[in-house]
Ligand binder design. Structure first.
Ligand SMILES: [Zn+2]
Length: 299
């Protein structure tokens, strides 16, 4: 199942510096290419305060919902706060929780948005306000749906918020592979970080990832995986700094999905970043993630 992006039902915020269009267009692209069917989508409700505060401080969530965040936090987030934005964030987070529950039944589920990995326990930054996969991971633990969770974050930017949130939670292993010289410039410590030099190419990237994944799955023995599949690793990305080809990016997804399929571990996948100047490249790369999953999971 795939969580529908709520931006589709709202006008795009006027102030955006962020390719919001990609979320609505990805939905269209997946249907147009016949990768998924209309009935594969679901529309989540808004996440509850109780779920959001499994990882975020109550005061921060109150300020976020009540549009009373201080100016410094608002600047770090990068969006002008609005009711639409709050509603969208609350909905996309529930999409990831619901997706995780679908994945427990079906093996794999997606959020067409999400991957808001820069959101910390008590603040947001980098276009991220609530950390969807961190909240969903805490939800699975809280309701005893999983015991050992692995978060695989392959967005080009470090999953700094996720690392901070779970820094004292041994049940959740955080893995981030990202560009060393990219935002966030002061990084957190994930349980495992792989820092890549600028212009890292497919061969180096894929061999490092393959080795790391085998080790991680064997050592941590997860019973649930969250995957942040940002496509800002592409050579064409204006914020990325790495040099992955579109084929290399799809091969990256395949390595992650194959580990889960082989070991029968459910996986929830959120889209994450993607800032290539040509929207068609972003859409092709995100669509490939779904295509690769279909092939690997034979669905
Ligand atoms: Zn990113």
């Amino acid at each position: 199942m795939i969580a529908f992006d709520p931006i589709y039902t709202y006008p795009v915020p006027e102030n955006h510096r962020f390719p919001m269009e990609k979320y609505a267009l990805l939905h269209e692209q997946l249907l147009w290419e016949g990768v998924v069917q209309k009935q594969d989508f679901f529309s989540p409700k808004k996440v509850s305060f109780a779920s959001a505060t499994l990882v975020h401080s109550p005061q921060y969530v109150k300020d976020f919902i009540g549009l009373t965040l201080d100016e410094r936090t608002r600047i770090h987030i990068g969006f002008i706060q609005s009711q639409q934005l709050v509603d969208r964030e609350l909905t996309l987070v529930q999409g990831t929780i619901d997706g995780a529950l679908y994945a427990l039944e079906d093996g794999i589920a997606f959020n067409i948005a999400g991957g808001t990995h820069h959101a910390y326990s008590n603040r947001g930054e980098g276009f991220c306000m609530l950390n969807d996969q961190a909240i969903a991971a805490a939800y699975l633990l809280q309701y005893r749906k999983a015991k050992r969770i692995l978060i695989i974050d392959l967005d080009v930017h470090q999953g700094n918020g996720t690392a901070e949130i779970f820094s004292h939670t041994p049940e959740v292993f955080t893995f981030s592979m990202h560009a060393k010289g990219n935002y966030p410039f002061v990084k957190e410590q994930s349980d495992m970080d792989i820092e890549l030099e600028d212009k890292t190419t497919d061969t180096v990237y894929l061999s490092l990832l393959k080795e790391a994944l085998t080790k991680l799955f064997e050592k941590h023995q997860p019973d649930f995986v969250f995957y942040q599949s940002g496509v800002d690793v592409l050579e064409s990305d204006k914020l990325g700094k790495l040099n992955l080809s579109i084929e290399g990016c799809a091969e990256r997804d395949k390595l992650v999905f194959e580990q889960c399929k082989k070991r029968q571990i459910p996986i929830q996948c959120s889209m994450g970043g993607g800032y290539s100047p040509r929207l068609s490249i972003i859409l092709t790369a995100h669509t490939n993630t779904f295509k690769v999953a279909k092939r690997v999971f034979d669905i």
